[in-house]
Design a protein around this ligand. Sequence first.
Ligand SMILES: [Zn+2]
Length: 122
Amino acid sequence: MKCNRCGHEIPESDTYTHLGETLCEDCYLDIRLGVKACDPWAVYSATRYRESSQLKGTEGLTELQKAIYEFVKSKGKVTREEVMENLSLSEQEMQIQLAILRHCELVKGHKEDGKVYLIPFS
Ligand SMILES: [Zn+2]
C-alpha cells in the first residue's frame, strides 16, 4: 500500500482511511491536527528561512512558536485545544503555528485512546 499524500510505502495493517484516502499514520495525524489546512506560504517561508540560515531547535522561531513548543515540551502531551486556551490563540493562528512547528520537526501528532495529542518531535 502507498500513502495517498506522501507516497510512502505502508504495511496494510498500518493504514488509515480519511475521506476515502489511504494514509500513513503521520499524514493521518497531520490531518487530524489541522496541519495541512494552513497557509502553505507561511510554512514554506518559515522552513526555508530556517534551512538557509542552518537554524536548529528553537533558533529562529518567533516568540509565539517558542511558547507553543515550550508548552508542549513541559507538558509532554497536550491537545491543540489546551494550547489554544493557554496561549489565547485563534483556530487560524494555531493552524499556522502548528504547521510550522510540525514542518520544523519540533512538534508532532500522537494518537492515544482515540484522541490526537501534540508531543515533542523527538
Ligand atoms: Zn503519508
